[in-house]
Design a protein. Structure first.
Length: 254
């Protein structure tokens, strides 16, 4: 058996997230159907993590197994992209160890959230367009505070059955490029709806609806009911996932 990491991007607008669901269109289902057609056998894929309905990905990783080696990466990607829908694209294939896992082998994941502070008809599907004044310095301080805590119950989706709400935030910061504001966050793991909940609360800080002290208190109380409304899914992108190099060393028998 041969295991491969498949690198892809997708526009999440028309999908109910990554995870397969009954009577719902998902990225995982579309990818499995396309792979099964190309490999001519039923093929399951495992993703690097869940994404919510409407969330996009610029750089996402999933793994699958094949009974036979794939001899030409370029030809395989070309044929796979030909049968995938237009809003899903594969750009890389890499063989990995048979015990490598797209989700459990990941050591860090990165998301970005996009905000437009001026009306832009070309980004309505890919950003939260906000037309009130925001305080960049306050929002940056709120983001920096996230790296100092580990319990993110305040931003966890209610009744999501998490085994733990402990996450290690490695990076959290805001950047401004013209009218575009970009929030980047990297962590070892994320809770469902966590990034969107964080962004929604930081926007309240930026609007001065709540103070920085109140934001920090919300995080430390670990009470989700105190948090603000989550940011819309359309502005959120999964942009990277990191893995240890040893999973690419094929020193196991295939």
């Amino acid at each position: 058996m041969f295991r491969y990491f498949l690198y892809l991007s997708f526009k999440g607008t028309q999908y109910c997230g990554w995870q397969k669901q009954i009577n719902a269109s998902t990225v995982q289902q579309s990818l499995e159907e396309a792979l099964s057609q190309i490999l001519r056998t039923s093929t399951e894929v495992t993703g690097a993590g869940r994404t919510d309905t409407g969330v996009h990905a610029k750089y996402y990783v999933a793994h699958f197994d094949s009974e036979n080696p794939i001899l030409s990466e370029n030809d395989f990607i070309r044929r796979l992209n030909a049968v995938l829908p237009p809003d899903i694209a594969v750009f890389k294939l890499r063989q990995v160890r048979n015990d490598a896992h797209a989700r459990f082998s990941a050591i860090a994941r990165t998301y970005q959230y996009y905000i437009e502070t001026q009306k832009n008809p070309f980004t309505t599907e890919f950003s939260w367009q906000i037309h009130y004044k925001l305080d960049f310095e306050l929002m940056s301080k709120a983001a920096g505070f996230l790296t100092q805590v580990e319990d993110f119950t305040a931003f966890a989706k209610l009744h999501s059955n998490n085994t733990t709400n402990i996450c290690k935030i490695i990076r959290a910061d805001w950047d401004i490029r013209g009218y575009e504001w970009i929030f980047t966050i990297t962590a070892n793991r994320f809770l469902r709806n966590m990034v969107r909940a964080i962004v929604g609360n930081m926007i309240d800080v930026g609007r001065k609806k709540i103070s920085l002290d109140e934001f920090e208190a919300k995080v430390l109380t670990c009470d989700r009911s105190l948090a603000s409304v989550s940011a819309p899914a359309k502005g959120l992108f999964f942009i990277h996932v990191d893995y240890p190099e040893n999973i690419f060393h094929l020193d196991v028998e295939n």
